[in-house]
Design a protein around this ligand. Sequence first.
Ligand SMILES: [Zn+2]
Length: 312
Amino acid sequence: MNLSAQARQLIAEQQKNWELARQNYAGLKSVQTRKLAFDGFDITVQFNPERIRSSAAKVDAGSIEARPCFLCPHHRPAAQKSIPVLGKYDLLVNPYPIFPEHLTIVHIDHIGQLIAAHFWDMLDLARMLEEFTVFYNGPKCGASAPDHLHFQAGNKGFLPMEWDFKKGSFFQDARTKNGMDMIRWTAYLRPVFTLSGKNKEQLVEAFMRFYHEMEALQSHEPEPMLNIIAWCRAGRWTIHMFPRKLHRPWQYFETGEKQIVFSPASVDMGGVIILPREEDYRSITMADVQDIYGQVCLDEQHVRHCALVVMD
Ligand SMILES: [Zn+2]
């Protein structure tokens, strides 16, 4: 049985035998969503109160040190089962789902959320989980456990950007080198740089070039601020990088009417905005969305610079 099928079996098993998963997957079926129609693409807004844990997670060093790590095996609930993957990860069912099928893939060791040494693994996971989209949230880009390396995965066909990629309407600079496509998107609210190809070494090398260009701009950060969404189809990987410059927008820290509890991560970059508070879900406007993406995403000119270095 391939890993996608095993993962689906685990989701079914956990919904039967783990009360928290059963409740939250049942709750997801009645979750409210609405669509914001931008020029040529849609953004879905999802009201998901269970995600408050992630959106409002305290990720400063003091808070992280003071809490037990919920991804470490000895702190996980007894009912939470896992599938060993690649000899160094545990595949788990995410008990606070956004996707109808939502996984967390956790490194077996308590090591920091840093992508450079593990990007290769991310591509392996995307290939093994062909029915899923795999994503990575940087330590200051939406990860609620920045101290424990993990990826997430959700069923394909859920993120609006999958269609937007197929349409290709927002592609600006595009180049193909030895079978690998490199594409920079524009006019899409959030800048995206995409790599697509079949040669893993070539993809990793291109990713690292982009990483190092960004690193030069953000030398004060533990790693360049990134959300990454990757999938694999028939041996061809597609990797979308969303360069960031800010963890959370000013609205997050407001109180009263100006507050919007929106802490952008990969899923939001992929076109599904998760709002855990009903008042935000009701009141958020297209102008708010545009403003928040503008605050948290790296400026287009910098993304362009990094992308052109890779394409050169
Ligand atoms: Zn841990």
